[in-house]
Structures are given as structure tokens and as C-alpha cells.
Ligand binder design. Structure first.
Ligand code: KG4
Ligand code: ZN
Length: 346
């Protein structure tokens, strides 16, 4: 049995979790800073790192308490060391180093993007499984190669996973990340931050065909581009004298949302076929989007899996799941483990 305490502070969530054998979540604490950043309409880096400093110790203490464990019950300590905001990552990395040194525990540095993929190996609580038909629970069931679509606030990556830890990058965004597009358009529409969940809500009663927003297909490539779409929404918003509300707001939200998920789901399902993936894994904050899930399932010829919403957005349990594979492979970080804000997966 391997129990890892994992720490995640790459953006605006201070998180700690204890994960057993890369699958079983013994505790999973997330302190969100959303309210602190909402008034700025996005993450304010200075405020984020200060908030991490205030939250990190209580969050770790709560994770230990809820798992009913002491430090001597742990086998290792894992921390996200990139990609992310430098000042935020530093809080997690320095805390993890101090704890590992003080408690004589092995330390692992984890890539945040890889961790988003490993959320798929975590066992979801039964009540969290929204759609058991399309939700694979445990690790052992997934066979390689797998196609992972990672869409978060900072990244959009299409990745072929050939084995544990073996990745081929098929494409990624050339400008805005998928989640960033949701957040920026949310702001344009006057919706609360973060834009993703707000747009999903506003789109519920809207007509996704009301506005024909552009899709950047970027022929013969698995790359993405969302900045033109954002500008197209801006033009429509500017053509009205008042801020959009009511029916117009719902139609704009639904039409924008469809434009994003149309391209994401089309490219992901095409890549899954071309590379003979056994399944398609939706990863990262935007994979919480119900419409993205439904459309991808409809289009894919292979099973489509997605974690429960709380494991799609930033959390430390996914870091613990990822760390387990590296831990059993004998990987350990040196004491000079540093933050790498622009760390890549491949
Ligand atoms: O993975 P994540 O929590 O943090 C990063 O690593 O960036 O992703 C956050 C992003 C935000 O842009 C947020 O608007 C988006 O995920 N998001 C959603 C939904 N829930 C969160 N986007 C669309 N629909 C959602 N339901
Ligand atoms: Zn993330």
C-alpha cells in the first residue's frame, strides 16, 4: 500500500489530498480563491500567491485530519512544480520540500497537465458519478493507447498517451486556451468569473444556432485557435447599445459554447480514430462542461470518459494519482526541485 500526500498550488486553488495506490482518495481538500479574483475577472497573481501562503498549512492539516493519518503513515510527498504561476507554484514546492525534509519523506515533482490526465485513474465517489455508463472508475480498466484532450484555463492540448508516462503531442492551441476563451467571453457578456460554468448556465435556455460564430479548423492539423471566436463575440456585443441580457444573452452564450465544443470534440474524436486509441479522456476544467461531454460521446467511435466535475477542475487528488505511477517507478525529486512555470508535458 502506497499513500501519498499531494499538494497543488499552480493557479488559484490551494489543494492537498491523500491518495492510496494512485486510485483511492482518502481526503481531497480544495480551498478556492475564486471570490478573491472575481472582482478582477481573472486570476491576479500577487493575490493568488499570498492567498496560497495563508491557506496551505490549514489545507494540509485538514487533509491529514480527514484521512485520519499521521505523517508516519505516509510513503511520499508530491507537489505540482509546473506549469503555472511562479509565485503560486513556489508556495506549494517550498512547503512540500520543508515537509519532506522535516518528516523524512521522499519528494516528487509533478507536471500539472499530466496530473489532469491521471484524474481518470481516481475512483470517484458513487454519488459523484453522474453517468455511470460513460464513466470508467478504476485504473486497471484503461488500455493504451489513449487519447487525452486537456482543456483548462491555461492549456489546450491533444495528447496521445502510449503508456504510463509516455506522451506524443498531436496539437495544441496557437493562442487562447479553451478555458481562457470561456473566461474572456464570460467577461464580455457580463457574466461572473469563472466564465466556463457561468456560460454553461446562461447557455441552457439559449439557441446554439442563433449566431454562426467562426470555427478555426486549421486544416490538416490538430491545433486550435480561439482568439478569432472571441473577437467575433465582441463584435456582436458591441453592435448592441446595452449589455446583453435575457434571450440575447442566452443565445450568445449557447452559440459561443457550441463553437468551442464543436472544434474540440471534432478534433479529439478524429485523432482518437486516426491513432487507434482505445478511449478518449476529457481532462481539465473545461471537461466539466456538459455540452462538451455529450457532443464528444455522440461523435466518438470509442468510449469517452470524464472525471466527476470536482476532479476536472484543479485539485490535489489528481496530483497524488499521477505521483503514484512515478513513485513505484522509483522516481524521486532532488532537493533543488524548482518551479517551472512553462513546464511542458512533451
Ligand atoms: O483545470 P482548471 O481548474 O485550471 C487550470 O489548470 O487552468 O481549469 C479552469 C478552467 C477555467 O477557464 C473555467 O472557466 C473552466 O475551466 N471551466 C469550464 C467549466 N468549469 C470550469 N469551462 C466550461 N464549462 C464548465 N462547466
Ligand atoms: Zn488545471
Amino acid at each position: 500500500m502506497t499513500r501519498i500526500l499531494a499538494i497543488e498550488t499552480s493557479c488559484d486553488e490551494t489543494a492537498a489530498a491523500i491518495v492510496e495506490n494512485g486510485q483511492i482518495i482518502l481526503s481531497n481538500i480544495v480551498a478556492s480563491q475564486v471570490e478573491l479574483h472575481a472582482r478582477y475577472g481573472g486570476v491576479f497573481p500577487e493575490i493568488a500567491s499570498r492567498a496560497h501562503i495563508e491557506a496551505i498549512v490549514p489545507v494540509i492539516e485538514q487533509a491529514m485530519r480527514e484521512a485520519h493519518l499521521g505523517f508516519s503513515d505516509l510513503d511520499g510527498l508530491a507537489v505540482t512544480h509546473g506549469p503555472g504561476l511562479a509565485g503560486s507554484l513556489l508556495v506549494g514546492v517550498n512547503t512540500a520540500k520543508g515537509l519532506a525534509l522535516g518528516r523524512d519523506l521522499p519528494l516528487l515533482g509533478i507536471n500539472h497537465l499530466e496530473a489532469h490526465i491521471y484524474a481518470h485513474w481516481l475512483q470517484a465517489e458513487e454519488e459523484e458519478q453522474q453517468d455511470p455508463e460513460n464513466q470508467k472508475q478504476a485504473a486497471g480498466d484503461l488500455e493504451f493507447p489513449l487519447l487525452a484532450l486537456i482543456v483548462s484555463g491555461g492549456h489546450t492540448e491533444l495528447i496521445l498517451m502510449k503508456e504510463h508516462g509516455q506522451y506524443q503531442r498531436l496539437g495544441g492551441t496557437l493562442d487562447d486556451a479553451g478555458g481562457e476563451a470561456f473566461d474572456k467571453v464570460g467577461r464580455l457578456l457580463g457574466l461572473p468569473y469563472p466564465g466556463g460554468p457561468s456560460i454553461q448556465e446562461a447557455a441552457r435556455d439559449g439557441n446554439p444556432k442563433a449566431f454562426r460564430f467562426p470555427r478555426a479548423w486549421l486544416d490538416n492539423s490538430y491545433d486550435f485557435s480561439f482568439s478569432g471566436l472571441k473577437t467575433a463575440v465582441l463584435r456582436v456585443v458591441e453592435s448592441y447599445s446595452d449589455a446583453p441580457g435575457g434571450r440575447l444573452l442566452s443565445d450568445l452564450a449557447a452559440s459561443f459554447q457550441l463553437a468551442v465544443i464543436d472544434v474540440l470534440s471534432a478534433k479529439a474524436t478524429q485523432a482518437a480514430e486516426e491513432f487507434h486509441a482505445t478511449a478518449l479522456l476529457l481532462c481539465g476544467g473545461v471537461s466539466a462542461n456538459e455540452s462538451l461531454r455529450a457532443t464528444t460521446i455522440e461523435r466518438a467511435s470509442v468510449p469517452v470518459y470524464y472525471p466527476p466535475p470536482a476532479l476536472c477542475t484543479d485539485n490535489a487528488a489528481m496530483v497524488g494519482a499521477c505521483a503514484y505511477r512515478r513513485f513505484i517507478a522509483g522516481e524521486r525529486a532532488a532537493w533543488d526541485l524548482d518551479v517551472i512555470p512553462s513546464l511542458r508535458l512533451v
